[in-house]
Design a protein around this ligand. Structure first.
Ligand code: HEC
Ligand code: HEC
Length: 243
């Protein structure tokens, strides 16, 4: 008898599609291997929001197997069998969502607001311009949904990006300085302010040193109109990195 074995992953249909038990196994694998970059609910972080991924099942399988060269996305084909990868695909599919209603706005006006009235570029980078204090937004359109982008402007404290807490220090001569955390432990703190000044203090040399789980980013719910917020969401949606 001749048994013909299909090469690993040659099938294009997910054998676990919609299977609750296998999806749960996939979720578990995802938490361990993928969530540090793609978020615990697959809705993005350092890597893109996968609940919005456009690829079909076969495309997802290929990406997970081979990775994406020249980026942080690793390949898993040499550490996971095809079944585990299909379980991951089934999980990602189950988490998929569509943007409920497309946001209407003007990207070019959003870009003007970003560098002008909104002052976003005083803290953020987009492409070759801007400040390094706050997260680089050059690829934000791939990693965050419109809903998240809106919330980051209207309620910045609701979703603080990991590692971007606010450090406040009062020096021994009474000066108050605050900035975005770069490092913080029991003995010292390093942080950066909006002018790109870098500070480093030992706890013992200052009057007080606190870390606040709140964002340096102001809320724009009052200073920008609903339309201006939409324009900014649409503009940020176009920031997809150099490709
Ligand atoms: C070290 C961080 C990291 C880890 C771990 C990681 N990824 Fe990624 N992943 C990325 C980055 C960054 C990208 C975007 C690459 C690019 O620029 O195209 C990406 C892209 C992807 C994409 C394509 C999404 C799109 O919209 O283009 C998929 C699918 C994906 N990852 C799935 C996974 C799965 C499943 C795992 C776990 C088995 C995983 N990733 C682990 C960082 C990571
Ligand atoms: C005073 C500095 C400052 C200004 C001005 C500012 N931001 Fe931020 N922003 C931050 C900091 C710090 C964070 C990280 C902490 C957090 O998540 O809130 C952040 C986070 C964000 C995030 C979330 C990024 C992620 O991946 O989690 C988005 C999106 C964002 N800002 C957009 C904007 C836009 C658009 C504007 C202008 C309308 C703006 N910011 C103005 C400091 C600023």
């Amino acid at each position: 008898m001749i048994v013909i074995l299909a090469p690993l992953g040659a099938q294009t249909k997910n054998p676990f599609d919609g299977n609750r038990a296998e999806i749960d196994v996939g979720r578990g694998i995802f938490r361990i291997y993928c969530s540090p970059c793609h978020g615990i609910k697959a809705d993005g972080g350092r890597g893109p929001d996968l609940t919005l991924a456009a690829a079909n099942d076969e495309g997802l399988f290929k990406i997970i197997t081979s990775g994406i060269e020249g980026t942080e996305m690793p390949s898993y084909g040499d550490r996971m069998d095809a079944d585990s990868i299909w379980r991951l695909v089934a999980y990602i599919r189950s988490a998929a969502r569509k943007e409920t209603s497309p946001v209407r706005g003007s990207a070019s006006n959003g870009e003007k607001l970003f560098w002008g009235k909104g002052g976003c570029g005083n803290c953020h980078r987009a492409g070759q311009r801007g400040s390094r204090m706050a997260p680089d937004l050059s690829m934000i359109g791939r990693s965050r949904s419109a809903g998240f982008l809106r919330e980051s402007m209207t309620g910045p404290n609701a979703t603080i990006s990991p590692g971007y807490n606010t450090i406040a220090v009062e020096t021994s001569d009474g000066r108050k300085i605050s900035g975005v955390q770069r490092a913080y432990d029991a003995f010292s703190a390093q942080f950066v302010d909006a002018k790109d000044n870098y500070y480093s203090f030992l706890r013992e040399e200052v009057k007080s040193m606190t870390r606040e789980v709140k964002s340096m980013m102001p809320s724009y719910s009052k200073s920008l109109s609903a339309q201006e917020l939409n324009d900014l969401v649409v503009y940020m949606g176009t920031l997809r990195g150099a490709k």
